[in-house]
Design a protein around this ligand. Structure first.
Ligand SMILES: [Zn+2]
Length: 272
């Protein structure tokens, strides 16, 4: 019940590449306080006191959701909508639910790993949905290659969020890095990642990552290991900051029915 009430007055939609939330039209302006943000009440001694209206909580959670910049194609991702296809999926869902509902800003994060379409990003976004819409925490979601291209553009003087973005990412209660290790690894991209992970590490900030690369030490030497894709210092910090959660199931998106479908084919090196 509590879970439903929290999002009852919030509407989700898509704006460009991101999912956005807004107060439901029936709540605009707020029928209880006409957007004053508080309600006055007469106390037992006849003195008027003001208490915050529930719309302030709604606005806070709407803002948190929009700040997260969750990808539009995962608009409907929610923990209740994830159907495990094998035991690893069931365990991953359990870990995701546990983190979402017991989260505090220094909670240990998750490193969700597995092949394409196993539902890693879906679960990460579903956690973000609970943290923002239900619990009002600040979350940031970034896709690794998108982050790098944004930073590159700002260095070339093409505007964008620029280097302030790294600070924003470092400060969120929970940071989600999608597709860790994807794309060409350069000295520069490695140093950006290291700076970001170090900032999170020093602040004991929660980190959730998804990756197609295997983070287990025992799996080394098959060309698909995470340690071959990120700097060894980053690799070792990830091991400390995140619990390793595998997803072995087949292509989740084909079963889930399309909304998570990606338009582009993965590069050969990145197929599981
Ligand atoms: Zn109100």
């Amino acid at each position: 019940m509590r879970r439903e009430r929290a999002t009852e007055y919030i509407e989700l939609s898509v704006r460009g590449e991101v999912a956005v939330a807004a107060r439901h039209p029936s709540q605009t302006p707020c029928p209880r306080c006409r957007d004053a943000g508080f309600l006055s009440e007469q106390g037992p001694s006849g003195v008027l006191t003001a208490r915050p209206c529930r719309c302030r909580g709604i606005d806070h959670r709407v803002k948190a959701f929009n700040h997260a910049r969750l990808p539009a194609r995962y608009l409907d991702a929610c923990l209740e909508g994830f159907y495990p296809r094998d035991p690893s999926g069931g365990e991953a869902l359990r870990r995701a639910q546990e983190l979402a509902w017991t989260f505090t800003p220094h909670s240990k994060g998750l490193l969700l790993y597995g092949g394409y379409g196993t539902g890693k990003t879906y679960l990460a976004v579903a956690i973000a949905r609970v943290l923002t819409l239900q619990r009002g925490y600040s979350v940031r979601f970034v896709e690794m290659t998108h982050l790098l291209s944004t930073l590159k553009a700002s260095i070339r003087g093409e505007g964008g969020e620029g280097l302030a973005l790294l600070d924003q990412l470092a400060r969120a209660d929970c940071l989600i890095i999608d597709e860790l290790g994807k794309g060409q690894q350069t000295e520069w991209s490695q140093s950006v990642l290291e700076e970001l992970i170090t900032k999170r590490y020093n602040a004991s900030g929660t980190l959730i990552c998804t990756t197609n690369y295997d983070p287990r030490r025992a799996s080394r030497g098959r060309g698909q290991h995470l340690e071959e894709r990120v700097d060894s210092r980053v690799y070792s910090r990830l091991q400390q900051m995140c619990a390793l959660v595998p997803l072995f199931g087949g292509d989740y998106r084909r079963v889930a029915g399309g909304e998570g479908e990606r338009p582009t084919e993965p590069a050969a090196a990145e197929r599981g």
